[in-house]
Design a protein around this ligand. Structure first.
Ligand SMILES: C[S@@+](CC[C@H](N)C(=O)[O-])C[C@H]1O[C@@H](n2cnc3c(N)ncnc32)[C@H](O)[C@@H]1O
Length: 497
């Protein structure tokens, strides 16, 4: 059956605020179609999927393959689609998947053969675990059971290993590349865990470097994102209509582009423009370059380097974007100044920086992390997450478990273990923009927030940051995903800079 986007969105919306939800086959098949069609954005499809998976899997007794055989076809398909093509995670699903992984390992250790749906599921689970960068806790018993597996001769053993460690680092896994494998989930696992990382390693050598990174803070930040490129993403970068600019032949700079979601959206949306995507982390850029190839996006050039050195590129841009990056520089204003030097007069800069007010719960969690001395390693991040998950219900820091970044190692590191983080208030941001003669053209917020602002401040100009500051006082979570402001560089020669 072919599904329209409107139908899929309406279906997904039907879950919002509901405690009862449709569990018939047609509904579940619809949701699986939402997950498999990566070119449509279905808000809420992921949450709805997690609700349904928890509903069906919590009815099972022990997650053995005999137990899993009781799931009907539509639930099986939904589970496979979720694990192979998504990477968000609630606490309930994390407990279920950790138990499922353990159960598979126990079966293999006691000599059971896993094939058919059980093998599909194990391979899809390995893909999911890789995408989260192995965020689930591993027990000592599991480590012992893993050591006894035979990944070079049994594909289910290989998939079980891939649930605990990336297969590109496992020698026995390489031999599987030239062999016929039984199903598409195993092939997908091999592609994600071995072939794609190999392609990224190759692509690194093709990325141009501006110069070596000399600023101390930039070097620390670079090291962090080389180890944990962020964010990992699995779906087509559908352009956001909100941030449309123009179809003219613009030169656009995306500074601090990370793993490429934002520059690819920009490039897809502005096909006759040239997009230049800069980042400190070569590993992140290689991930981005692989994605650009995979989606056939050819109007992006990736550049390795520091924003502070951007003038060395010898270019000027019609539009500059710096989303989630300036607050990770030692001196964000110096970063802004460097970007403004390469922005043409009349051009716009799209800036997003952290809000001190909105990040209250995150700051509480960071303080707990600092007090507990958790290291920014896989072990430290796993242990800290477990502590957060077991905090009392009224503890503000506990709320970070609902943030998407909490689902992966690189996300947790970016959210809670950063080496350099500034947070601003709207008055500080407003003053920063004023010092550089930047005129606010837009505040990027969802439509419902815009409507609420208009309702509470009917006479205020939409770009009035003072009015927004009052709005934020009343609604402190408004800018939880950052203040995002589009501002224009004046054409006048008398303007600052
Ligand atoms: C939080 S990530 C955001 C990535 C991307 N903008 C996004 O929204 O998905 C911050 C990125 O900025 C990069 N970065 C931090 N400081 C930088 C600098 N001085 N010059 C260039 N990139 C920088 C980091 O390497 C990292 O990839």
């Amino acid at each position: 059956m072919a599904y329209t986007t409107a139908y899929l969105q309406a279906y997904s919306d039907s879950f919002i605020g509901k405690s009862a939800y449709p569990t018939d086959d047609t509904s579940i098949e619809t949701l699986a179609a939402c997950l498999r069609d990566e070119r449509v954005v279905i808000t809420g499809a992921n949450q709805a999927t997690q609700v349904l998976i928890a509903h069906f899997l919590s009815k099972l007794t022990n997650f053995s393959s005999a137990d899993l055989a009781k799931l009907n076809d539509s639930v099986r398909d939904l589970l496979l689609a979720y694990l192979a093509y998504d990477l968000e995670l609630s606490g309930t699903i994390e407990r279920i998947l950790t138990a499922l992984r353990r159960s598979f390992l126990e079966e293999l250790s006691s000599g059971h053969v896993l094939e058919g749906f059980a093998l599909d599921l194990l391979a899809a689970l390995a893909t999911f675990c890789f995408s989260t960068e192995y965020i689930f806790q591993e027990t000592a018993e599991e480590t012992i059971m893993l050591e006894a597996l035979k990944p070079s001769s049994d594909v289910a053993h290989l998939a079980a290993v891939g649930c605990f460690t990336p297969l590109h680092g496992v020698e026995a896994a390489q031999g599987w590349l030239g062999r016929p494998v039984p199903n598409s989930y195993v092939r997908h696992m091999l592609c994600v865990q071995i072939l794609e990382p190999a392609e990224e390693r190759r692509l690194k050598s093709e990325i141009r470097s501006l110069s070596s990174v000399t600023n101390d803070t930039s070097a620390l930040v670079r090291a962090m994102y080389e180890e944990n490129p962020f964010p990992r993403w699995t779906r087509y970068p559908v352009p956001l209509r909100d941030h449309a600019m123009t179809s003219a032949n613009f030169d656009i700079l995306v500074a601090g582009c990370g793993t490429g979601q934002h520059p690819l959206k920009t490039a897809i949306q502005n096909p006759s423009s040239r997009v230049f995507a800069l980042d400190l982390s070569l590993t992140s850029l290689a991930y981005a370059a692989r994605k650009a190839r995979a989606y056939g996006v050819s109007n992006v050039t990736f550049i390795h380097g520091d924003i502070l050195e951007i003038e060395k590129l010898g270019m000027a841009f019609h539009h500059v974007s710096a989303v989630g990056v300036l607050h990770h520089m030692k001196n964000p204003e110096a970063g802004l100044e460097a970007l403004l030097r390469v922005l043409l007069p009349g051009g716009q800069i799209d800036l997003a920086v952290y809000s001190e007010i909105a990040r209250g719960d995150i700051i509480a969690a960071i303080k707990l992390r600092e007090a507990g001395g958790f290291a920014p390693t896989l072990e430290g991040i796993r242990n800290f997450r477990q502590m957060v998950l077991h905090l009392p219900i009224d503890e503000p820091a506990r709320k970070v478990k609902f943030i998407k970044e909490f689902s992966s190692v690189s996300g947790c590191r970016d959210l809670l273990f950063h080496v350099q983080e500034h947070r601003l208030s709207l008055p500080t941001l407003s003053e920063l923009l004023r010092r550089h003669s930047l005129i606010v053209a837009d505040i990027v917020v969802p439509a419902d927030v815009k409507a609420a602002f208009r309702n509470e401040f009917p006479t205020a100009a939409y770009n009035d940051l003072e009015a927004w500051a009052q709005f934020e006082e009343k609604h402190p979570e408004t800018f939880i995903s950052m203040y995002r402001v589009v501002a224009e560089k004046q054409r006048s020669e008398t303007a600052a800079l």
